[in-house]
Design a protein around this ligand. Sequence first.
Ligand SMILES: C[S@@+](CC[C@H](N)C(=O)[O-])C[C@H]1O[C@@H](n2cnc3c(N)ncnc32)[C@H](O)[C@@H]1O
Length: 187
Amino acid sequence: MTDLNRRHGLNPPHSEVVNACQHIAPCDALDMGCSNGRNALYLGEQGFNVTAVDSNANAIGMLQSIVAQEGIGNVDAQVYDINQAALQADFGFISCTVTLMFLDPGRVETVIADMQAHTVPGGANLIVCAMDTTAHPCPIAFPFTLNEGQLGALYQGWEMLKYNEDLGTMHNGAQLQFATMLARKPA
Ligand SMILES: C[S@@+](CC[C@H](N)C(=O)[O-])C[C@H]1O[C@@H](n2cnc3c(N)ncnc32)[C@H](O)[C@@H]1O
């Protein structure tokens, strides 16, 4: 847990965001579905120049107030509906942890294509998303879940720095498969 996150009552950053920072040098980063900023603030602390977006105006307001209170100059929080798939800038790192599941299922592949198009050559995408498979049907009624191999297929041609579709156990004991991917776009 970082001091900054603790001071503002936020959870620690997602472990995969922390792991990604071992592979990705600080650059322009986009945190998609940032909520109140546990990952965006961490990326900012690591020296990334962060744009953080979420459709929840209250969450963005909270993050903006932390940024203002702390005098943070490299985290810019904006309200944005990811379903639009209309990114306006290019990034060296795009992070989308446990957010795709809440999108309009008919838009997810377009959203991913937009993320890929707005990643600079040699840049990276991090995605963590729940799955629904024959072996492990998703016990939660998310609007969207990934099928087996679906995420890897969408990133064909990218270098997989990390890819797994591992089974995890939730706090209530339910077993849930997650796709976890850190992929680098060809330079
Ligand atoms: C489970 S939280 C994950 C937050 C963060 N990525 C993390 O790792 O803690 C999912 C976030 O996605 C946001 N979200 C859901 N649908 C969205 C959409 N269409 N556009 C932007 N954000 C969305 C929610 O408001 C919520 O903050």
